[in-house]
Write a protein that binds this ligand. Structure first.
Ligand code: PEP
Ligand code: MG
Length: 582
């Protein structure tokens, strides 16, 4: 039994067999295969050989046609290597006799060949070693790539262990069979982590080397509460986890049974608790959990799930589904926040990311750069807005100019709809995300031009503290409790109050129960969170009074260090709701 530690990003405990996803940079785990899987693994290896032969044949043909047969001959040499019966025989012997996985056996054999060539001390022969590495990569891409496809064809429950999962891969995980997942990289507010919460799959990220240490098939406990992965646990540990799982479930059931209670403080101040969603189907679930509406609909997932552009009708259909779950409550639709890590895997060429994608052409900038797509989405939002209390929100606004351009595009779209006689809501509320430090600094200026603010702490922390939200190497510097972040929230809340502009917090900070007293104490009355935590947030709200929250906030903002703020808030939560304190 061995334990790995990481960052818990989606709560719950899962126990099941490991399913290891290969990695693109081809670090090959020392995996073995069970005796009865040997034949199937040999077939898998032969298929990869066949596919690579075909691929090299296509390359040879193309090079010969376009450049001449002498260039095609380069590939003929590769072809000969793949067809070498000695190579195939040696790899298959390792699979059959030593039960090596095809990936590991292949790396072993080709690694030995390359070493011999390199030791000959001849430049020309050393170059052939490079050809061998190239061949190895091709074969591994086929072998490992298959595992990624296998993921969508799972037939039994597993715990997925991967170096990384992109948001679009996470969005397409077959929820029925994925009990939980762990990745080597990632951060608490990475989009992959947020999706795990949305899909309600227990998950741990930033666990360091795992795909090389686990072969696949071993029993794994994935502890999404404490951020632990236990490989080959003993019986006692499994029993202990099953017990704690039972206790957690009974607390969750008690909280969900209170969903019809109003979300108000013990001294009767209304606190709006809304849901953050990525997929329209989640809206109904938010309702079941007692949400007061949808505070953030991340519409870019329409693109991350699909392989093509979305039509106006497709946008409308998704939005209608959300509004039908909340016909009388707020539904805040955020315009596309594509770019950076949210790039559809099928259309990467449309997103020129640049060297520093988080600071590049992303989000509202991408929309303003592609007005046709932006207008398609705006038309759909405006049309659906006639069906309920739909509000529109622009992401990642960093300057007044961007905000004005976005609003002016919205007005152009209204004119078009008017002219075409298409029904829509002209009085739609227009708000913006607060995710870039320039906005809190100029909050009063922005407040004059919007109907509401929504603070996206995930990006606000990233940009204020200069910490990549997905990079485990700097995860310790990423902290919602940082005094600079509290100050920013205070600034926005004050500007909102002065100009009568409501302020919501919709970043992951509001999904953590210990921050609720602080946020309420700072003047926030609307929170939008991962759906499954809404019952917990309501529990905190109902145990709190406004003077108590204000006293907590007043104390917290005087502390100098993030870790002191965190410890203090954890202690306060423990006093209010001991069941929820970790
Ligand atoms: C945020 O940045 O806090 C936010 C809610 O937006 P996203 O997580 O989608 O970037
Ligand atoms: Mg954001």
């Amino acid at each position: 039994m061995h334990t790995k530690h990481g960052i818990a990003v989606s709560p719950g405990v899962a126990i099941g067999p490991a399913f290891v996803l290969g990695v693109e940079d081809f670090r090959i785990p020392h995996r073995s295969v069970s005796g009865d899987a040997v034949d199937a693994e040999i077939v898998r290896f032969r298929c990869a050989l066949e596919n690579v032969c075909r691929e090299i044949g296509d390359n040879e043909k193309l090079a010969s046609e376009q450049l001449g047969t002498q260039y095609g001959a380069i590939f003929a040499a590769h072809q000969e290597m793949v067809r070498d019966p000695k190579l195939q025989g040696e790899v298959e012997a390792l699979i059959r006799d030593r039960h090596y996985s095809p990936e590991f056996a292949l790396s072993r054999v080709l690694g030995q060949y390359a070493k011999v060539l390199l030791n000959l001390g001849d430049m020309y022969k050393a170059d052939r070693a490079i050809d061998l590495y190239d061949l190895e990569k091709r074969l591994l891409r086929h072998l490992l790539g298959e595992r990624r496809e296998e993921l969508s064809n799972l037939t039994a429950p597993v715990i997925v262990l991967a170096r990384d999962l992109t948001p679009s891969e996470t969005a397409s995980l077959p929820k029925r069979f994925v009990l939980g997942f762990a990745t080597e990289v990632g951060g608490y507010t990475s989009h992959t982590a947020i999706l795990a919460g949305a899909l309600e799959i227990p998950a741990v990220v930033a666990v360091g080397d795992i795909v090389t240490d686990v072969s696949g098939g071993e029993t794994v406990i994935l502890d999404g509460i404490n951020g632990r992965i236990i490989v080959d646990p003993d019986e006692d540990t499994i029993l202990e986890y099953r017990d704690s799982e039972k206790r957690a479930r009974s607390v969750a059931e008690r909280l969900v049974s209170q969903r019809s209670l109003k979300s108000e403080t013990a001294d009767h101040s209304r606190i709006w608790l809304m849901g953050n969603i990525e997929f329209p189907e989640e809206a109904e679930h938010c309702k079941e959990l007692g949400a007061d509406g949808i505070g953030l609909y991340r519409t870019e997932f329409l693109y991350l799930e699909s392989s093509r552009e979305q039509s106006e009708e497709e946008h409308c259909e998704a939005y209608r589904q959300v509004v039908s779950a909340f016909p009388e409550q707020p539904v805040v639709i955020r315009t596309l926040d594509l770019g950076a890590d949210k790039v559809p895997s099928q259309m990467p060429q449309l997103y020129p990311l640049g060297a520093n994608p988080e600071l590049g052409l992303r989000s509202i900038r991408l929309s303003l750069n592609d007005l046709e797509r932006f207008k398609t989405q705006l038309r759909a939002i405006l049309r659906v807005a006639s069906l309920g209390d739909v509000r529109i929100m622009f992401p990642l606004i960093s300057s007044l100019i961007e905000l004005r351009q976005a609003k002016s595009t919205l007005h152009d779209v209204m004119e078009d709809l008017e002219e075409q006689g298409v029904p829509f809501n002209r009085d739609i509320q227009v708000g913006m995300m607060v995710e870039v430090p320039s906005v809190p600094l100029l909050a009063e200026d922005f407040a004059r031009e919007v109907d509401f603010f929504s603070i996206g702490t995930n990006d606000l922390i990233q940009y204020t503290l200069a910490v990549d939200r997905s990079n485990p190497a700097v995860a310790k510097y990423y902290n919602s409790a940082d005094p600079a972040i509290l100050r920013m929230i205070q600034m926005v809340a004050a500007a909102g109050e002065k100009h009568d502009v409501p302020v919501t917090v919709c970043g992951q900070m509001s999904s953590d129960p210990k921050y609720i007293p602080l946020l309420v104490g700072l003047g926030i009355r609307q929170l939008s969170a991962t759906p499954h935590v809404i019952p917990q947030l309501k529990e905190v709200v109902r145990h709190l009074t406004i003077p108590q929250a204000e006293a907590i906030a007043a104390h917290a903002v005087k502390l100098e260090l993030a870790r002191d703020v965190e410890t203090y808030l954890r202690g306060e939560l423990n006093k209010l709701c001991p069941d929820l304190a970790k």
